[in-house]
Write a protein that binds this ligand. Sequence first.
Ligand code: NIG
Ligand code: FE
Length: 413
Amino acid sequence: MKLLVKNIRTLAGIEHAPKLRLQGKEMGIVNTIDDAWLLVEDGRFAAFGAVADGMPALDDTVEVVDAEGGMVLPSWCDSHTHIVFAGSREREFVDKINGLSYEEIARRGGGILNSADLLHNTSEDELFRQAMQRLDEVIRKGTGCIEIKSGYGLSLEDELKMLRVIKRMKEASPAKIMSTFLGAHAVARGMPQEQYVQLIIDEMIPEVGRQRLADFVDVFCDRGFFTPEETGRILEAAAAWGMRPKIHADELASSGGVVVGVKHGALSVDHLESMTEETIETLRGSETMPTALPGTSFFLNMPNAKARQIIDAGLGVAVASDYNPGSTPSGDMKFVMSLACIKLRLLPNEAFNAATINGAYAMGQSKDYGSIAKGKVANFYITKPIPSLAFIPYAYTTPIVNKVVLGGKLQSM
Ligand code: NIG
Ligand code: FE
């Protein structure tokens, strides 16, 4: 199966010598070819080049897709979402406008516990239906590789239910999906904290491990949720089952999440709204990708992660949506790119790399996703005619996606 994309005004995000992640000044570079073509074979990128240098010969085996003068870009890689949830929480949205903070809502038994109650009373099929609808929406917006967490179950049965839904989504969707066990998202209603931590370690992790339902493990390591000490114990238990950490760290307070994450070889530490500048040094020399979620800062009116300083210190940054019902009810990665530029002060090229190749790295998938390189999985989208890459974050509410190709197959929109 071959697919040739012609009439590409600019092919961007290409790599001749692919890197697993980009750091520091490298993040400012996006390689492009103008007036380009792109060839896909058996679901993977096979070749690309400038029309002026000659195009591949066409025969009946080649399906031709007309880019109609649009740009071609690698799909967004959204490395942090919670899109399996039941219903919505706009009542809390109003509470927040009326002055309650995210933490106050959580302390009153709202927030995550609210979603856990709703999820408990929702069937697995209905959860799957709702989550697939959200996934389809973000695919149409250009996302092609996405991580999805559990964490609204908070009991063995309901956490397994969520993870089974994610497994079904992996099988049903053309997007690449990675799954994360986030039993330690909040303490289950009415249970002492230590008893719940022990339940995660003794029962949930072994069962999730036995059933191979999660690629990664996550903990909401923050003030009012789980301590670094509890986080360390949970990460150790999960390591025995091969689940690498990707953790919620330093969102509400500089609470030691980044330090414990790096210590346990986390693939990423995410949020970082309250991370101090001194903590940046903890990340140096590690394999951990600091991941900013600027949609959360926007929606909760919180400080922004110090992504600019992290890049200026020579390190890499990823950005992700955090799509969830409480703190970020949106998975729009184009808007995340805008926020990365406007609020985190990333240049458009840096924001683009943060939302593609570095996002793929934060899911352990940058060997196969995150850029247009020979041999990588052909997940990309074609834009409407737009003047430049910087136009994407600049025109922050203008839809740009025209066609989506996942695994080398043109998707119906
Ligand atoms: O990443 N911070 C913790 N968890 C989610 C929010 C979950 C919720 O409020 O439902 C987040 O922002
Ligand atoms: Fe989150």
